[in-house]
Ligand binder design. Structure first.
Ligand code: SAH
Ligand code: SF4
Length: 474
């Protein structure tokens, strides 16, 4: 695959800094107080990370933030295209702002993210949502100052949707949603073209950030007190294949885990076809790598996996899980993604998914009914099973997983975990909530000063979704 990835240059970033100054001057003339911006994010953590950059740039341009759309002078919807349901929500929410925009013509309504990279969606926005001022795609987020300046000063609507293989922009400011937990994208895009999935079409080709850029950002995060850092990519296991010299994800993880400081590293998502024993070994041997493997299998049937273009078999998937359970041991917790009702999937094939779920012993599952995506190969496949029937299947799957999750939680009684205390709990007034290495939530009684620290907590009572525990006195 010949790929043309553009690394944004210093000059281009300088150019955007100039636009930032111009936006500041427009805003100062237009508003007496700091204008408010509302950034609404749909979809995956990559979108959350993009929104954090959008907020970083907006802050530098003089905006303050609000959650209330109808008091904002700028509303940006960062959209998700993975399933139809997510798209419908965006249309509904944008439509709901029409009155507000018509009553307040100085307000800017902007749409960005994966949905916008689809031509039929951009066309629909152009034709049916004339009150939307600015539409920009996933490859031009770093040009927000320029695009916003145009939207603020021109009478025309601004559409900027280049169809590129992808860009990498370093040095964009970030306003993070949490001050203890951070998302750190290590790569962008996807080359896998699973037949149901729109991501490779809207996010471009796989491209890895340089190790030095990741290490620098990681160091800054640890130094400023972030204790849980999640490395992000559509398929982190193919990290570094495009770098020269190439670096494996396992090597990157090991380097980050060897840095000084009190932190824990998570990562997602791992594609089973590229998940290596080396990666599992690093998870097992590095204390700072969380013992949590999110390894989506999508289906438990080999014919369906082939039709999905997943490039692994049920047996290969289970052999990886087996290796991980043996190597990482009891501490390992597994989560996964499953699609129910892929076109042509039969009842018998779905039962293979149920049996895989029984063998897997995941702590939780993300389950989805197949959603037809325009332009993907699966959209052309025969899909004879009704939506009602698929809904029954998914209910069966969810009920099975609930049993397994409850059983998994029940075995935790008496165990002691190092938990990161991330906030207040829900079980009672004095309760705090901590996340374990394996991504389980334990609630325990304790003072708020413990928030933001790691504590050893012993499980006293497994409840339905959380564990109840007691802090160990040091
Ligand atoms: N890159 C990740 C997944 C990104 S999308 C991976 O390969 O694991 C997150 C999840 O959404 C997928 O794992 C899949 O289970 C689900 N998904 C993607 N496209 C879908 C579709 N068209 N219909 C239903 N679920 C879908
Ligand atoms: Fe979509 Fe497959 Fe890429 Fe994941 S690996 S983003 S499911 S194409």
């Amino acid at each position: 695959m010949s790929v043309n990835v553009h690394k944004v240059t210093e000059e281009e970033l300088e150019e955007q800094k100039k636009y930032e100054k111009r936006v500041i001057s427009v805003l100062e003339k237009r508003y007496e107080e700091k204008p408010l911006a509302c950034v609404v994010t749909y979809g995956c953590q990559q979108n959350v990370a993009d929104s954090e950059k959008i907020k970083g740039m907006l802050k530098d341009m003089g905006y303050a933030f609000t959650e209330d759309r109808q008091s904002a002078k700028l509303v940006i919807f960062n959209t998700c295209a993975v399933r139809e349901h997510a798209e419908d929500r965006v249309f509904g929410n944008v439509g709901a702002l029409k009155k507000y925009k018509l009553a307040n013509p100085d307000v800017i309504i902007a749409l960005c993210g994966c949905m916008m990279q689809q031509k039929h969606i951009a066309k629909k926005i152009e034709e049916s949502f004339p009150f939307v001022d600015l539409v920009f795609g996933t490859h031009v987020v770093h040009r927000l100052p320029e695009l916003l300046y145009k939207a603020l000063t021109r009478r025309k609507r601004v559409f900027e949707l280049p169809d590129l293989d992808g860009v990498i922009a370093e040095g964009i400011p970030v306003v993070r949603d949490s001050d203890s937990k951070a998302w750190l994208p290590i790569m962008y895009g996807c080359n896998n073209f699973c037949t149901y999935c729109v991501v490779p079409y809207v996010r471009g080709r796989e491209r890895s950030r340089e190790v030095s850029d990741i290490e620098r950002e990681f160091r800054e995060l640890v130094d400023s007190g972030y204790r849980e850092i999640t490395l992000l990519g559509q398929n982190v296991n193919s990290y570094g294949k495009d770098l020269n010299p190439s670096v494996s994800f396992a090597q990157l993880l090991k380097r980050l885990a060897s840095m000084d400081g009190d932190f824990r590293i998570r990562f997602m998502t791992s594609h089973p076809k590229d998940c290596t024993k080396e990666l599992i070994d690093v998870m097992a041997s590095c204390d700072k790598v969380a013992k949590h493997l999110h390894l989506p299998f999508q289906s438990g049937n080999n014919r369906v996996l082939k039709a999905m273009n997943r490039s692994y078999t049920r047996e290969h998937y289970l052999s990886l899980i087996d290796y991980a359970k043996k190597t990482v041991g009891e501490a390992l917790s597994i989560t996964s993604d499953v699609i129910v009702g892929f076109p042509g999937e039969t009842r018998e094939e779905f039962e293979d998914t149920l049996s895989l779920v029984r063998e897997l012993g995941a702590i939780s599952l993300f389950t989805f009914i197949y959603s037809k995506r325009v332009g993907t190969p699966a959209a052309e496949m025969d899909d004879p099973v009704s939506y009602d029937e698929k809904s029954k299947w998914i209910q069966e799957l969810i009920a099975l997983q609930e049993e397994i999750s409850a059983q998994q939680l029940s075995t935790q009684k008496g165990k002691t975990f190092k938990g990161y205390v991330f906030g207040k709990g829900k079980l009672g007034k004095n309760y705090l909530a901590a996340r374990t290495d394996g991504n389980l939530i334990i609630e325990f009684e304790g003072g708020e000063r413990l928030i933001g620290t790691f504590q050893n907590i012993t499980v006293t009572e497994p409840l339905t979704y959380v564990l109840k525990g007691e802090i160990q006195k040091q």
